[in-house]
Design a protein around this ligand. Structure first.
Ligand SMILES: N[C@@H](CCC(=O)N[C@@H](CS)C(=O)NCC(=O)O)C(=O)O
Length: 225
């Protein structure tokens, strides 16, 4: 199996899929296709049905869409707790992950993932206030129920889905309750995350369009990461 992904520093969807593979010790090969440069579009169009990353390749099957990748891995490895084993908790974890996939648009656009950066005060808080309120409510409810340190106790796919949000809180020093801060710290403490971060910091590429100043110029356009 091979995961095709993009710059560790910027590609939040790549990070989600990769964290699940690495944390659950699933054997896979890596192929990094940098998001910038003339050959990006050409390269990714040849490899990904959606021309986006991540893509999981298993034999003749190419799976785009992070949630589909996670579900495929959960099907392949039913004994690994990629989702919680309890059916009701699994439903909650899938609902939270689906909400992450389709929601938090303002936060995703105003605060692009940028792991190596530190930009306190650069995100207009009025733009992200509703998303931060919803995050606090969701994380608070799940962490109260599970007792932490992750949303469902042990790390699962839902935590991978929210890991990029945890990094945005740190990169932009967004206001967070003690509970949310503890979750952010738990993400940073995860060995798989530390491995990803260490590689991200070493990357040479700067992708101008994913830097906050350029994203803010485009708020309202695009999907956000
Ligand atoms: N819905 C997709 C989103 C994938 C996505 O937007 N990936 C970004 C990188 S984080 C991408 O490929 N961007 C390049 C482009 O849109 O040209 C998923 O869940 O995997």
């Amino acid at each position: 199996m091979k995961l095709i992904f993009a710059n560790r520093n910027y590609s939040s969807w790549s990070m989600r899929a990769w964290l699940v593979l690495r944390h659950f010790e699933i054997p896979f090969r890596e192929e990094l296709t940098p998001l910038s440069g003339e050959r990006w579009k050409e390269n990714i169009q040849a490899r990904s049905p959606t021309a986006k990353v991540p893509v999981l390749i298993d034999g003749d099957l190419a799976i785009p869409e992070t949630i589909a990748i996670i579900e495929y891995l959960a099907d392949l490895y039913p004994r690994k707790s990629i989702w919680p084993h309890d059916r009701k908790l699994r439903a909650r974890a899938r609902a939270a992950s689906a909400e992450m996939h389709s929601g938090f648009q303002a936060l995703r656009k105003a605060a692009p993932m940028n792991l190596r950066a530190s930009y306190p005060g650069r995100v207009p808080l009025d733009v992200v206030a509703d998303d931060l309120r919803r995050l606090e409510a969701l994380w608070g409810e799940l962490l109260d129920r599970s007792g932490g340190p992750y949303l469902f106790g042990d790390f699962c796919a839902a935590d991978a889905m929210f890991a990029p949000v945890a990094t945005r809180i740190r990169t932009y020093a967004l206001p967070a309750s003690d509970t949310a801060t503890t979750f952010v710290e738990a993400i940073y403490a995860l060995p798989a995350f530390q491995e990803w971060l260490a590689e991200a910091i070493k990357e040479p590429w700067i992708v101008e369009e994913d830097e906050i100043d350029n994203m803010q110029g485009r708020i309202g356009a695009g999907e956000g990461a």
